[in-house]
Design a protein around this ligand. Structure first.
Ligand code: SF4
Length: 156
C-alpha cells in the first residue's frame, strides 16, 4: 500500500481558534482538497508552541525582529515557535507544508510591513523562514491549484 502523504498545516486554516483574535482562518476549499487526497495532517501553530496566549496582541515583523502592536519585542517567542515547528516537521517526516499567508510566523510570500496599517510586503514569517532554511516546500492557502499539482506529483 502506498504511504500517506504527510502535510504540515497551520492549525488556523483548519478552523482551530488559535489566531491572535481568538478566531480562525478556516479555508473549506483546502479542507476539501486534503480530504480528496486523503493526506495525513500534522497541525501546528508556532505562536501557540511559543506559549503566546489566545487571544493575543497582534504582531508584525520589522527587519529581523517581531514587535507586538503595544511595542514589545517578542522576537524570542517567534524564534522558539519556529524551532518547535521545525522539530515537528522533522520528526514527522512531512512531505511539505501549507502555511497561512501574511502571518508573522506562517507567511511564506507576504507579510505585513511592520507599521500595523494593513500594508503588505514580500517576505516570510519566522516559521516559514526556518522551514525554508531546511528546504521544506511551503505553499499557502492562496495556492490551491499549485498544491493540487504537487499532490498529483507525489501520488505518481
Ligand atoms: Fe495560524 Fe500560524 Fe498564526 Fe498560529 S501562528 S494562528 S497557525 S497563522
Amino acid at each position: 500500500m502506498k504511504k500517506k502523504i504527510k502535510v504540515l498545516i497551520s492549525a488556523c486554516l483548519l478552523g482551530d481558534n488559535v489566531k491572535y483574535s481568538g478566531g480562525n482562518n478556516l479555508t473549506p476549499e483546502l479542507v476539501t482538497l486534503l480530504e480528496k487526497y486523503n493526506v495525513k495532517i500534522i497541525k501546528i501553530c508556532p505562536e501557540c508552541f511559543a506559549g503566546l496566549p489566545i487571544p493575543r496582541v497582534p504582531s508584525e515583523i520589522r527587519g529581523d525582529k517581531v514587535f507586538s502592536k503595544d511595542s514589545r519585542d517578542i522576537t524570542e517567542e517567534f524564534l522558539i515557535g519556529a524551532e518547535k515547528t521545525y522539530k515537528v516537521a522533522k520528526n514527522k517526516e512531512i512531505d511539505f507544508a501549507i502555511l497561512k499567508e501574511r502571518s508573522p510566523s506562517c507567511g511564506s510570500s507576504f507579510i505585513y510591513d511592520g507599521s500595523f496599517s494593513g500594508k503588505t510586503i514580500q517576505g516570510q514569517g519566522f516559521t516559514a523562514r526556518r522551514l525554508n532554511k531546511e528546504n521544506i516546500v511551503i505553499f499557502s492557502e492562496e495556492n490551491l491549484e499549485e498544491i493540487e499539482k504537487y499532490l498529483e506529483e507525489l501520488n505518481k
